[in-house]
Design a protein around this ligand. Sequence first.
Ligand code: SF4
Length: 252
Amino acid sequence: MMKKQLEAVCDRLRHHGFRTVVVADAAEAREAVLRLVAPGSTVGVGDSATLRQIGSIEALEEQGCAVVDLFSRRISELTNAKSISMEKRKNIARLAMHCDVFLTGTNVVTESGALVNIDGYGNRVAAMICGPKEVVVVAGRNKIVADVEAALVRLKSVIVPAHARTKWKNTPCAATDRCSDCDSPERLCGVTTIIERAPGYLDAAHVVLVDEDLGLGWDPSWPEDRIARILASYEAETWLKLGSRKPRDTAS
Ligand code: SF4
């Protein structure tokens, strides 16, 4: 995507009250985050491959921020081993919502200037709207779609199936890339949000748009090698070595 196109998306976001910046790559995105978050801040973190790929969480800790990350490697290991109670997880989620800054990725950014997201439990999307003083969202160019309608299609046909596969969830979409509005106990999509204006109870809502593919998200019409690179990068640059199945591996 040309920088000019990213600037056009930023213009729409700015028109909707967001503060925006376009950067070239992951390293510049990390620097942008460090400029936006004051040293010593408390920082809640949403579950985001993008944040891990740009190395922002470690960088913030190095500049003296207290990071609350429900999806850190340590807590995820405890969760997988069933060694941390649901009550404790809820308390960490509540803490993350009331930090100075909530740092997160986004599932989708629309060219029309909205952020569209889907969560299992809703803690990440809630914190993007109200709770912290400021929100900082980092999004790779691969997260951009035309409008809200396209975003909702992307969520259910790409984002949730991909997350289901990488997390080895046994949902119908993990096998078919299609949503059947399931009642699976492992269903990953409980709450969907469309943020069309910067939420009014935030002091500031920032969006860092990166001219690089980051996190999980693609259009199925893209060349297979680009999709493969997104998946490979996700696996290589995050600690989520979950042996993700590739799209449609399980479709037959
Ligand atoms: S409702 Fe079920 S099948 Fe549909 S996207 Fe969510 S988890 Fe997948």
